[in-house]
Design a protein around this ligand. Structure first.
Ligand code: G3P
Length: 251
């Protein structure tokens, strides 16, 4: 799916590639994003935070250790330092040399090919919201690159989502409160991402009846995917978008 306008017209559940095709490539790398597009994902989900010199980088964790050969917090390193890191070897030796991408590099490479769900990581939230706050930079980059029609933003930190201009948003919850659908409507959210391990049939029914697409994360087990789809999930966030597409094709 290339644009959000196309995506919202799709009545079947969305296939959302969690950090790209992260079952096949190191998560949140260009390799993972291109593989997700090849696999037919409707949406590529990725995570962003800021470097020490306030450049948006694509990384899930607040720190570098798990998915790169760097150490310490993302925000303690400059863009030059971060761009020199290896973000592939931890996954498998053949991915050695895969880079930690900037958000700009990702938008330039794949932004015109697929809808992106850019998750603004809570650790990058700044209540004073300077001009170069993460959410403002995401909007500015999308606008400058002509990608306002294909970028959505989401976050566990809903304070971000009041400052993303006209970008469509999704609210992320570990466990949605009873009034989650009303909160989503207040943000004009296109979807609500909820933790599949805690999601109940009632959560999904309340959201759906309230006019919000319920999109559980992160679901790789087929029987669990079937159960959530039977409950009315409007999409699934998965590490393996090809398998989810196959499942949807069978239903
Ligand atoms: O964006 C929704 C989902 O991916 C949240 O899970 O742990 O990858 O941030 P996490």
């Amino acid at each position: 799916m290339r644009t959000v306008a196309e995506l919202v017209r799709v009545s079947r559940p969305w296939v959302v590639a969690h950090r790209g095709y992260s079952a096949r490539c190191p998560e949140n790398t260009l390799c993972a994003f291109e593989a997700a597009i090849d696999a037919g994902a409707d949406v590529v989900e990725l995570d962003v935070g800021l470097s020490a010199d306030r450049v948006p980088f694509v990384l899930h964790d607040a720190t570098l250790e798990r998915t790169t050969n760097g150490r310490g917090p993302l925000h303690a390193h400059t863009a030059t330092e971060l761009e020199a890191l290896d973000a592939g070897s931890w996954f498998a030796p053949e991915f050695a040399g895969e880079r930690l991408p900037t958000l700009q590099a990702v938008l330039e490479r794949i932004g015109a090919q697929v809808v992106l769900d850019i998750e603004l990581r809570p650790f990058a939230f700044e209540s004073r919201a300077p001009d170069d706050a993460l959410e403002r930079q995401v909007h500015a980059l999308a606008e400058r690159l002509g990608l306002l029609g294909s970028v959505m933003v989401s976050s566990f930190e809903h304070g971000f989502l009041t400052r993303t201009g006209d970008l469509p948003v999704g609210l992320v919850y570990a466990a949605p409160p009873e009034d989650a659908a009303a909160r989503c409507r207040a943000h004009s959210a296109l979807f609500c991402a909820l933790n599949a391990a805690r999601a109940t049939h009632t959560d999904i029914r309340r959201l759906t009846h309230g006019g919000t697409r319920a999109v559980p994360y992160t679901v790789n087990d087929e029987s669990e995917q079937r159960r959530l789809l039977d409950w009315g999930a409007g999409g699934i966030i998965t590490d393996d978008p090809a398998r989810l597409r196959d499942l949807l094709a069978q239903r």
